[in-house]
Design a protein around this ligand. Sequence first.
Ligand SMILES: [Zn+2]
Length: 509
Amino acid sequence: MAILCYARQSVERENSISCETQLEYCKTVIKPDERDEKILTIVDQGCSGGNIDRDGFQKLMKLVRRGKVSKVIVYKLDRISRSLNDFVNILQEFKAYKVEFVSSQESFDTSSPYGELIVKILMIFAEFERTSIINRITQAYAHRSEMGFYMGGRQPYGFELIPTVINNIKTKKLNPIPSETEQIRYIFEVYAWESVSLRRLLNLLVTENRKPLNGSDWTTSKLSALLKNPIYVKADSDVYEYYEKHGTQIITDLSMFTGEYGAQLYGHTKHKSDAPDWSDMKLVLLTHDGIVDSDIWIKCQKKLEKNKQVGNSISNRTSWLAGKIICEMCGHTMTTIKGKINKSGEIRRYFNCTGKSHKKSCPGTKVSIYAEDLENMVYDCISAKLSELKDTKRISANNSTAGVNELKLKLKAAEKAEKQLVDTMLSGGFNDDLLALANQKAAQLKRDKVALYDRIEELKSKDDETDVADNLARSWKIANYNRKKEVAMIMIHQIIISENGDAKMLWKI
Ligand SMILES: [Zn+2]
């Protein structure tokens, strides 16, 4: 087993650090108890970090894969790769071969807890990159086939089915019946009121002599089925989020949820106790216009769920902030417990100091921190942090666009000078001394060009970082319970709750 020091230099530049110096730095982080181990050095001279197609680096990976290396040391992280995806893949491969990775300048050490954390963050960033690729594919798929197909089932109230052809496939399209859509809208709007129960809604319809067009009577179960149906909603990102939270598989891409079209839920429904399990269900956008605004529709869903007393969904049991909440008075963690059913029939979770409940060691008076309030607050804080990151990246990307342009101009000038020089040399107008000088000048111009190419590449990679930051902020908007938990684990060190109920966020990054 050997310790391997790796150095890379794109081109010799006045302010760029030579491979020799890089290796010196690498050796400074070799621990005293490692001094007896074999030290290998590998150098890539004149190679860019934009890809991993470098002789020295490939040799390094070969040694790693043969199990010859216990540790890789570099001067700086970007010596390995400037591409995030490559970097993460390499780190994962190092991990698979139990190779530690240390950077001398960034005090980055995969064997330390902090290093592990950084690897996790990088992996999440890379994961978001992959997710966005998957999303793009899904989107194309939705456009081509899934969007607009009525997936069958009983003809929903308020619509007629008319034959249509979508992408050369004969199918059926839902067409709203205007006289009935008015009644549907009315039903949703009334039920969205806080004080109106299904029973009261039914009584109201009976009093006002409103009936379905076919002359039958409304019943509470008919109303409940109607209110639950996404066929009526103008599906937007909130509706997407609502279904995502329930674990429904959403066929149509988020970008299509523009608040215009209705949606259809299809597939099997399993019923575990009294809570619906929608993980086997699929949601697809249809081509007909929705009838009910998403905020009213979602209000109705929440009321219907409350009626069912959904008791076993994850978010009702625990919090994605579990383990992060600390009582300032005694330093113990605060855990979620469920309160009693309140007047409006809901059960609220709140954070409770374990120092107080289990060990009776907390001197504080009892504070009730409602889990939902705290979660919402932290959610907003993370949103703000992510958009801050996005903006910083955007500014640097904008700067880099201008920078790339300027460098391209310089590159053009260098190319022109090179051509002129070559032309003069070919015309034979030099004696030997001048020719030697001209050759020197030509070599210098060539080096300048390579340096400029490298710098342009470096600036371009900043654009990619902006995309990642964008995706991260976007994904947070639709993050489900597990993703929130993951992000909280990485970003938040602790949240300290003071005696008067104030929350103090301590970030990890
Ligand atoms: Zn306490």
